[in-house]
Write a protein that binds this ligand. Structure first.
Ligand code: ADP
Ligand code: ZN
Length: 743
């Protein structure tokens, strides 16, 4: 990637009359040149508005262009300068770096940073409402509608009355009523966030000696104002959050902004409440469930430096922080940090790069660190801090493997198939008798993963993907989990036409819930699966129901695995511990280990000891053995060995090239052309072309090359040259995935 060597001193003013290079938030390799009118002056990083064709777009001044290189008359002019602080030099270098690493066009990376054009200009002052200091009086009827409005106002967003009503989904009369009751104040100001500064001086919990030592180490890393990466490694419940809050406080005390990355932000309401208890205010949030107004206000508050702490999903890494001084990557091992479309990147790894460019501390927290991070610690690149014990002496759950070859499920009273081994059924009964909660974990949405015709053997597949359709019985639908295709559940076989011949094969959580209803009719049960939840608010409510013991038996997918405290949960049954172990995925074993360890960590967090039962047909598998013995080191050792022998990451570097086309023949032709021009070098291993794991996805036929390279080879350069040799025509596309996750 050859961007102008433009990253000189930021302060240098570029006067009107010059020609400037402006990077646009479009998939472009190069900045475009514009003439800067005499009336304007900018610096590098200034966000300007420029014409492009019929449109006007925001762009970032990337540098000065030697006017000899371009004929100035033909140039269009910068239209105006946006009133937002210039993008920092570090941020611009970060964009360039990410583009170079991922082989994405710099403009595409910029688009992630300037994702809210409406935030670039401050809105006009108007009447906005904020939560007043007055508490809700005892005799005030707090209806659901009123509660929603107050909740929104308490989140720190100051909205005009109409917007507040719309975002809360209530009529304006509800809002008016709250103003009259004195619960909302009306002010004339610009709609903005009232992100009050967190109070770093408030005291958190009194830390144990071990926790205090780690907190001290982390805080020192922050105040050193130098680049460092520390792996915060501690079992679930050991106080990692508590401890890194101290590092957050240290950064705030230094006047720096803080970013906390979470893999699934929509579900981290508990985290936000804890933050609020510790720092007295809510943090700013960034995730896909924000309304457009919230996005605009939050983006602006980050750019203006008003939001001091932001908790967000991976995309928040590209927000225009001015004074970022700490990034915490919570659950650093989580696969949700990998972004798979558009710019393909690993947010945990890019957070480390951001820390290096900005010269500050990065904390990676996990109870089951990724093999990469563990090996980086061993190599001396990262430091490590351990929190070995659960806080308050809570013991880790006891884990046992149920060998399904012997412990076979009996039939249901109806004669139907059961998915629960007798010993698991018994354990559930015991748990319920003691008034405690049980969780049945199955990482499979829907009712059944496969629908088969008993008459002709036909399996119902997605018309656009190489994948079976998954039955979702609650919605009477078949769904493709890869492209989102939906169709009503057919009555007869689409292939042979036979009536009532279709059978559901295998279990999904919906089917498991059905079984639970039959076997434990007295138990109050709950299904937790991303697709049966209407939204994040509903998720929060369900989590609360579990915490307050309003349910006895929970059936859930991986959304229950993360971060939540369920004090009454003492039994976890993993219905299919082998799910995820098969398949040619490089990280299959590691991921299964991490996921099951996380799920297991839900059990027995308070005074009540927990136990975990793993149903498996592969009881000898190293992953299951490690879960049972609790010997994580042995597992990591085994995993590192396997990867090293296979010349797999992190012992080599890897990339996937996926060529796709509307039809199979075009895809094959393009793949053959690529194969002919493939680079050759010692230590470079190119496998393929072969059909990609989803050989057809959304109607596109996909062929894949896997590239393994010795770590000292210039992988990006080799790939960029290779890509440049083959012109793509006729709807053929090429995607490059550096450090691919699943294949
Ligand atoms: P982790 O992030 O490692 O899972 P947490 O920080 O969430 O651990 O701590 C687990 C639980 O123990 C939380 O409810 C937390 O408030 C509590 N806890 C941890 N450390 C302390 C402490 N020093 N004093 C009081 N409570 C603590
Ligand atoms: Zn599909």
């Amino acid at each position: 990637v050859s961007l102008p060597a433009s990253l000189g001193a930021d302060e240098e003013v570029i006067e009107g009359g010059s020609v400037v290079a402006v990077l646009l938030p479009l998939p472009l390799e190069q900045p475009y040149s514009y003439h800067l009118p005499e009336t304007l002056s900018v610096t590098r990083g200034t966000i300007v508005e420029v014409p492009l064709g019929q449109r006007r777009l925001p762009g970032v001044v990337w540098g000065r262009q030697d006017s000899a290189e371009v004929s100035a008359e033909k140039l269009k002019s910068v239209a105006r300068v946006h009133s937002v602080p210039a993008m920092s030099r570090v941020q611009r270098r970060f964009i360039t770096w990410v583009a170079g690493y991922t082989l994405a066009p710099p403009g595409a990376v910029l688009r992630m940073a300037v994702s809210v054009p409406a935030a670039l200009d401050p809105p006009e002052p108007q009447r906005v409402l904020t939560r007043s200091a007055q508490a809700v009086p005892e005799d005030f009827r707090l209806t659901e509608a009123r509660r929603r409005v107050l909740e929104l106002a308490e989140q720190g967003f100051a909205h005009p009355p109409g917007v507040l009503a719309r975002e809360a989904g209530v009529s304006t009369s509800v809002v008016k009523g709250l103003v009259e009751a004195g619960l909302l104040d009306s002010l004339a100001q610009r709609p903005r966030a009232v992100f009050a500064p967190p109070d770093a001086g408030r005291c958190g919990h009194r830390l144990s000696e071990g926790q205090a030592a780690v907190a001290e180490t982390l805080s020192r890393k922050v105040t050193d104002s130098a680049f460092s990466v520390t792996l915060l490694d501690g079992v679930t419940g050991s106080g990692k959050t508590e401890v890194y809050f101290e590092a957050v406080a240290a950064a705030l005390a230094q006047g720096r902004q803080v970013l906390v990355l979470q893999p699934e932000i929509a579900l981290s309401s508990q985290w936000i409440e804890r933050f609020e208890r510790r720092f007295g205010v809510r943090p700013a949030e960034w995730h896909s469930d924000l309304t457009p107004a919230q996005r605009r206000i939050t983006w602006r508050a980050v750019a203006d430096g008003e939001a001091r702490v932001l908790v967000g999903a991976r995309s928040s890494l590209f927000l225009p922080f001015q004074e970022l001084g700490l990034i915490v990557v919570d659950e650093e091992h989580d696969p949700a940090y990998k972004q798979e479309d558009g710019v393909i990147y690993q947010a945990r790894d890019m957070a480390v790069v951001r820390g290096q460019l900005g010269q500050f501390a990065v904390i990676l927290a996990s109870a089951t660190p990724s093999l990469e991070s563990v090996l980086n610690v061993r190599a001396g690149k990262y430091e490590v801090a351990h929190l070995p014990a659960r806080h308050g002496g809570a013991s880790l759950p006891e884990v046992a493997i149920l060998d399904m070859r012997r412990d076979r499920p009996e039939r249901l009273p109806s004669g139907g198939q059961s998915w629960l081994a007798p010993s698991l059924r018994k354990a559930i009964t015991e748990t319920l008798e003691q008034g405690e909660q049980a969780l049945l974990f199955l990482n499979r949405r829907g009712y059944a993963p496969l629908t088969l015709c008993r008459a002709c053997g036909h399996r119902i597949e997605c018309p656009d993907c190489t994948a079976w359709l998954v039955e979702h019985r609650q919605r009477s639908q078949l769904q493709c989990h890869h492209c989102g295709y939906r169709a009503p559940l057919p009555r007869s076989c689409p292939s042979c036409g036979e009536e009532d011949s279709l059978v559901a094969c295998g279990p999904g959580v919906e089917r498991l819930e059905e079984e639970v209803r039959i076997l434990f009719p007295e138990a109050r049960h709950l299904l937790l699966s991303s697709d049966t939840l209407p939204g994040p608010a509903a998720a929060q409510d369900l989590m609360r129901q579990i915490q307050e013991r309003e349910v006895d038996l929970i059936v859930g997918t991986q959304i229950v695995a993360k971060g939540h405290h369920f004090p009454w949960l003492t039994l976890v049954g993993v219905v299919d511990a082998d799910l995820g172990l098969n398949g040619g995925d490089l990280r299959a074993a590691e991921r299964t280990y991490q996921l099951l360890q996380q799920v297991a960590g839900r059990a027995g967090r308070a005074e009540r000891p927990g136990r975990v039962l793993l149903q498996s047909y592969l009881p000898e598998h190293p992953v299951l053995q490690a879960l049972q013995s609790g010997d994580r080191e042995a597992f990591l050792e085994h995993e590192a060995d396997t990867r090293e022998r296979g010349f797999l990451p992190p012992f080599s570097r890897m990339a996937a090239l996926i060529v796709s086309a509307p039809d199979g023949q075009k895809a094959d032709e393009a793949a053959r052309a690529l194969a002919r021009t493939a680079p050759r070098a010692e230590g470079l291993d190119i496998l393929g072309p072969a059909p990609a794991p989803l050989a057809v996805l959304r109607g596109r036929h996909r062929r894949r090359f896997l590239v393994k390279a010795r770590r000292d080879l210039p992988l990006q350069k080799l790939l960029a040259d290779w890509r440049g040799k083959v012109p793509l025509r006729g709807g053929v596309r090429l995607a490059i995935d550096i450090d691919p996750y699943s294949f």
